[in-house]
Design a protein around this ligand. Structure first.
Ligand SMILES: Nc1ncnc2c1ncn2[C@@H]1O[C@H](COP(=O)(O)OP(=O)(O)OP(=O)(O)O)[C@@H](O)[C@H]1O
Ligand SMILES: Nc1ccn([C@H]2C[C@H](O)[C@@H](COP(=O)(O)O)O2)c(=O)n1
Length: 414
């Protein structure tokens, strides 16, 4: 079964592998060769360091199963005290050719990872073990099995490869992390209906919404931004000052299901948020006939967070600014104006602290989160049609409101 799945993904020798060895640089790329290849620099550091080195890849024809298994492995490995690097194998420029996995380095004397590997071996996971020959400075991989430890004696040598033009994760974002039409997100929840009963309730709520097209009504203004940038404060002030209707995405009717879907892997979680936007869209269409509408988060949030999560490491790994991945879904109601609130990282932390965020979460605001925030903000800015206008939200709430009124007057003639 495993071999058949791997065969379908293309022969190993034609695939490129990428390991997120250092989040601040490009992934480390390599291919497989039948002859030994001398390793230098980062390749030598990854493959030549002490400790046992493994790679794990999930194979399943069922995308829901695959996504959940991947998340489960990630969780299992993160609690074992090993070094875990996200990895992928792909065919250059071939969409949906990506297999996601991990590199695991276990430096413990008790071989903590072994137990995890054994439990995974029963599942649709391929495990390779790496061996490094110090004198010849080369490394090879072999398939691993819980019984024999090395299943096949065929050695495949690591051969450094040039960096791919586009980060491999960008090959699988469309309709896995970001959904470009409602039907694609709908299908995901249909596929998980048996294992996540709440999916049926969400789909029922989607079905109940009338398919609406927007008439010539009042302006629709979306307020976007990272958490604690002041969206709630501003949207409430706008509601009062413009006599507007305030909506949110996800809408209130999905609130009882949000926690459930937040605990699911990106494929399922993002499909849930995507459907939330379509429900909010029908509310926008209706309410904008009566008054201006202010929306707290919408598609920009769904796409920006999804892209920033899917793409590992640094901002440079994001899809290029002209990528089709930033294009607004054709079947989703468009707002008239999208404003992106930004504040400095220091000011955000201050606001989070003042809001009473607990110490643990605050402490989690470390560099890795800083990288993530930079990617979310950059992805927000790259989204097209409609693109967003950045608003410096550092001044006082009154000042921010004044700036925003000015923009709304100019852009929406309100
Ligand atoms: N312009 C401002 N200057 C100083 N503090 C502000 C400003 N706007 C909001 N705050 C404060 O910052 C904190 C976060 O604001 P708010 O809840 O409006 O942000 P948010 O973007 O809605 O956050 P989240 O997305 O996490 O719900 C609150 O304590 C709020 O009182
Ligand atoms: N339309 C939306 C709204 C929210 N999200 C996701 C993105 C973040 O993970 C999280 C932030 O929401 P908050 O904590 O501010 O309520 O929810 C989304 O994907 N799409």
């Amino acid at each position: 079964m495993l071999k058949r799945a791997m065969f379908r993904c293309g022969p190993l020798c034609s695939r490129v592998f990428a390991v997120e060895f250092d989040l601040h640089t490009k992934p480390l790329y390599f291919t497989l060769s039948s002859s030994p290849q001398v390793l230098h620099g980062d390749h030598q550091q990854l493959f030549g360091d002490c400790g046992k080195l493994f790679s794990l890849y999930v194979h399943s024809e069922n995308r829901i199963e695959k996504a959940r298994m991947y998340a489960e492995i990630k969780h299992k490995l993160s609690t074992r005290g090993c070094d875990v690097f996200e990895a992928s194998s792909f065919m250059p420029n071939v969409r949906n050719s990506v297999l996601k996995g991990f590199f695991v380095r276990d430096k413990s004397t008790t071989c903590l990872s072994k137990e995890v590997l054994k439990s995974l071996q029963q599942q649709k996971v391929s495990v390779c073990v790496f061996s490094y020959e110090r004198e010849g400075q080369h490394c090879w991989q072999e398939m691993w099995s819980a019984v024999n430890h090395v299943e096949e004696s065929v050695k495949q040598y690591i051969k450094p490869a040039a960096a791919a033009e586009h980060h491999p994760s960008t090959l699988s974002i469309s309709n896995s992390d970001v959904f470009y039409c409602m039907d694609e997100a709908y299908k995901v929840l249909q596929e998980c209906a048996d294992i996540i009963p709440e999916s049926k309730e969400v789909l029922k709520l989607v079905d109940e919404q009338l398919k609406t097209t927007r008439g010539n009504g009042f302006p629709v203004i979306v307020i976007e931004g990272l958490d604690a940038t002041g969206k709630t404060t501003l949207t409430e002030a706008l509601r009062q000052s413009l006599n507007a209707t305030l909506l949110k995405s996800p809408p209130q009717c999905l609130a009882p299901f949000r926690q459930r879907f937040d605990s699911e892997p990106p494929l399922i979680r993002r499909a849930f948020y995507a459907l939330g936007n379509y429900i909010t869209a029908t509310h926008i269409a209706k309410e904008s006939l009566r008054a201006p509408v202010i929306v707290d988060r919408y598609w920009h949030s769904t796409a920006a967070y999804a892209i920033a999560t899917a793409v590992g490491g640094r901002v440079e790994n994001l899809p290029k600014p002209d990528s089709e991945l930033y294009v607004w879904p054709e079947d989703l109601l468009q707002p008239d104006l999208v404003l992106l609130l930004t504040v400095s990282p220091e000011e955000r932390v201050r606001r989070l602290r003042d809001r009473g965020q607990d110490k643990t979460t605050e402490e989690a605001e470390l560099e890795i989160n800083q990288l993530f925030r930079l990617k979310v903000e950059e992805a927000y800015k790259r989204i097209q049609n409609p693109s967003c206008i950045t608003v410096d939200a550092s001044p006082s709430p009154q000042e921010v409101l004044k700036q925003v009124h000015h923009l709304i007057r100019n852009k929406c003639h309100l």
